[in-house]
Design a protein around this ligand. Sequence first.
Ligand code: UN1
Length: 500
Amino acid sequence: MSHSEILAASGLTEAELTGGTLAVHTPVDGSEIARLAMHSVAEADEMIATAHEAFLQWRTVPAPRRGEFVRLLGEELRREKEALGALVTLECGKIYQEGLGEVQEMIDICDFAVGLSRQLYGLTIASERPGHAMRETWHPMGVCGVITAFNFPVAPWCWNAALALVCGDPVIWKPSEKTPLTALAVQKICDRVCEQFGDDAPKGLTQVLIGERDLGEALTANPKVALISATGSVPMGRAVAADMSKRLGRTILELGGNNAMIVAPSADLEMALRAIVFSAVGTAGQRCTTLRRLIVHEDVYDALVPRLVKAYAGLPIGDPLAEGTLVGPLIDQDALSAMDKALVQAQAEGGTVHGGGQALAESHGAAAYVNPAIVEMPGQSAIMHHETFAPILYVVKYQSLEQAIDMQNAVPQGLSSCIFSTDVRETELFLSAAGSDCGIANVNIGPSGAEIGGAFGGEKETGGGRESGSDAWKGYMRRQTNTVNYSRELPLAQGIKFDI
Ligand code: UN1
């Protein structure tokens, strides 16, 4: 598929793709593919006001009917999977298989949310007073702002939006300015769903803000935005959290990761090897769940690491749209410089670099193709505490599992983690309270590629938010405690006597 064919299949018109000031480049060859009109802060405020009007209507639509909207969205996404997947690849440079996988995550969370729309269950609670009933009710929260990053341009919107919509919350989306086309294409799909759905879908149920940081700030500043779910860097998350805390608004933050794998002496090394390569070089190392630190027991180090270096040397790197490619480009030249800088620091800290860093011949213009790097480190030095959004895998040795777990937990981030071991004592310790401190902890699976059914997110600088499956939906609703007195008396709680 040529770039122009992908753009034509996206449903975006020539007029929409041209005439504005936001230049969009494809990392595939660095060329400009669109110039989009940007929204102003005043327009953002108008859109938020429209979304709030939509909320007043949408919250009264029965949840299973709201689920029907998300069901139709899932159906449209099924139809558009190839076209949208290719646009994801064109715009963010991940290989086409991963572009398709991202759309599949959208479809999966829609299916999940449809079922959820009939299961927004509250509790009944035993009251201490006779003739009283207590329960918990979940109500729609309000307008939900969603801020997303370039590396997963569409799926995180959907993990948030599918839940928010069934929970009764309209959604305003501020995509990364590096990947706005996919957001516009998804909005077109939502517009079609609104038409099919009919009058129950209020105007402004889903909207997209195109532009830069000031639009994110318009969302955080506006009290009509009840909740912001933000995916991206730690500095971005800090800024969102600081602004939202001024008005005590709710946030769901999914920020940086610095994910580790422990390879124990009993590990199945064949499986570990495949898991390492996928999770370290997939999406060219630009996932928040990318494997960045490999902590290998000294007894299996020599059996594993040279094989890993060999596997890296044979990786098919190149055009992410071409069949057979496993590693596409980095998003831009800035990412390439950050990778080079990290490798220089790693060497200064005693690291031995295999492959990696230097721009490959495929790079021209703004394109940034690199060899993924493996860096053998003498210990967990300063650079390993830092998330560089590039395919750099640091490798260190360990002697005892306690030492390995300490190392894995010693970084500021806490998203994903895993252990390769066939020893149940080791794996259970890793999953215990004294084990991994991350939001995700896996056994005999890499740290990336989480399914939508579980809650997704992590601790410490990762931000503490949870999106996607399990009971993450509760983050999009407000909890109300109800006490109903159906007796003819008025007993007070705590046995208080207060007779008048
Ligand atoms: C991200 O990189 O922001 O677990 C999300 C995974 C994907 C999501 C990654 N399901 O790797």
